[in-house]
Write a protein that binds this ligand. Structure first.
Ligand SMILES: Nc1ncnc2c1ncn2[C@@H]1O[C@H](COP(=O)(O)OP(=O)(O)O)[C@@H](O)[C@H]1O
Ligand SMILES: CCCC(=O)OP(=O)(O)O
Length: 369
């Protein structure tokens, strides 16, 4: 019997780019990254306000490639800051759209993934899905304790790519994902380092507005007392501080760009500040990997470096030089997110997996104390 063919449009809005893919079953027929410079995104007061711009960007890109939307079977977007949920493929529904629009767990470009998928799919009368959103939460109770009783640690990370790449590496090692311990550092606009213990991400930094290494546009962990003093200095509104942590933090704050390629050019041209800051970002990633190795009690089968920054040869070398005593380091530059979105949708379209209904898979991030 001939295999049924599904054509899936996948949409991945990141903090510095919009990535789209069109897949005939697992086979990519188009994969495109549209990078957005800082000035373009800063025109918009919020992520939600970028909706029309990102939608037009996608439709223009598909039009340029001569792709006929009426041939699509489904649209699948990267899921955003919803309620904490278990991993899997979810059908986009009204409750999800509402939570994405208000940013139930915060603001991030991925909130637009489900919304854009829903809008494009509804006009075509086809289903819209999200897969492994950034709020996938598999933290162990011990990892939830922050040290400050009023605040619990949260799992907000590049779940889709971390899991997809981890599965791929486990396969390369001849083992199942559920059998291995891996540390995955996804280094995009934000940076997250996950401790994957036998198929579950038992600890990971909240890469949005919380903790961990600074990234191209995010501050990561900052000294708490000094941050509190800044908040109450009377010099800044709340939104200004949040913007300095997310969007204008990290490389943007120090060097005025979120583009690591530009930073590398600045370094080549002899810019000592750029050199120090770029090295500090690698240093902080290495430190976080060291912390994750302690979470796994040193039982680490491999360390994986992935995301856009993993293309940076010197950057990657500086990390490897500090962590290769822990385990072998495998570099997967870029990400597998478009493919992972298509595969998640396919599993449901083919009936291999049941679609999950949001928010019924939601589980409390149970306050442990
Ligand atoms: N060839 C490269 N060398 C160094 N850095 C790169 C390269 N390509 C992309 N990057 C950097 O990776 C970062 C974006 O990573 P990406 O995973 O695409 O982020 P996001 O999905 O969050 O938009 C940017 O700082 C970008 O400049
Ligand atoms: C919110 C965690 C995911 C994240 O930071 O994604 P980007 O690097 O694409 O901004």
């Amino acid at each position: 019997m001939q295999e049924q063919k599904f054509r899936i449009l996948t949409i991945n809005p990141g903090s510095t780019s919009t990535k789209i893919g069109v897949f005939d079953n697992e086979r990519p027929i188009l994969e495109k990254t549209i990078r957005h410079d800082l000035e373009t995104l800063q025109q918009y007061p919020s992520v939600t306000a970028q909706y029309a711009f990102r939608k037009q960007t996608i439709l223009d890109a598909l039009d340029e490639e001569g792709l006929d939307l009426s041939k699509l079977s489904a649209v699948c977007g990267r899921g955003g800051l919803l309620r904490p949920i278990e991993g899997g493929t979810y059908r986009v529904n009204k409750q999800m759209i509402e939570d994405l629009q208000k940013g139930y767990s915060g603001q991030h470009a991925s909130n637009l993934g489900g919304i854009l998928a829903y809008e494009i799919a509804s006009a075509l009368n086809i289903p819209a899905f999200i897969v492994d959103p950034v709020v996938v939460d598999e933290l162990e109770p011990i990892a939830r304790i922050s040290g400050f009783a009023l605040i619990e640690r949260r799992s907000i990370f590049h779940a889709l790519n971390q899991k997809a790449v981890a599965r791929r590496v486990a396969k390369q090692l001849g083992r199942r994902y559920e059998e291995v311990n891996l540390i995955v550092a996804h280094m995009g606009g934000g940076i997250t380092v996950g401790a994957h213990k036998k198929g579950r991400v038992v600890d990971v930094n909240n890469g949005l507005d919380g903790e961990g290494p600074f990234g191209p546009e995010r501050a990561g962990t900052v000294p708490a007392g000094d941050l509190v003093s800044l908040c109450f200095s009377g010099e800044y509104y709340r939104d200004e501080i949040m913007n300095m942590l997310v969007g204008k933090g990290g490389l943007v704050g120090y060097l005025g760009t979120n583009d690591a390629v530009k930073v590398e050019k600045m370094i080549e041209a002899g810019d000592e500040k750029a050199k120090l800051v770029y090295s500090a970002m690698a240093y902080q990633v290495a430190k976080e990997i060291g912390a994750a190795s302690a979470v796994l009690a040193g039982n680490v089968d491999a360390i994986i470096l992935t995301g856009g920054l993993a293309y940076g040869k010197q950057f990657v070398k500086e990390i490897i030089d500090r962590v290769d005593w822990i385990a072998d380091v495998i570099v997967h530059p870029g990400e597998n997110e478009l493919q992972a979105l298509a595969e998640g949708a396919l599993r449901v379209l083919r009936g291999e997996e049941k679609e999950k209904v949001y928010p019924s898979g939601t589980f409390a991030t149970a306050t442990v104390l």
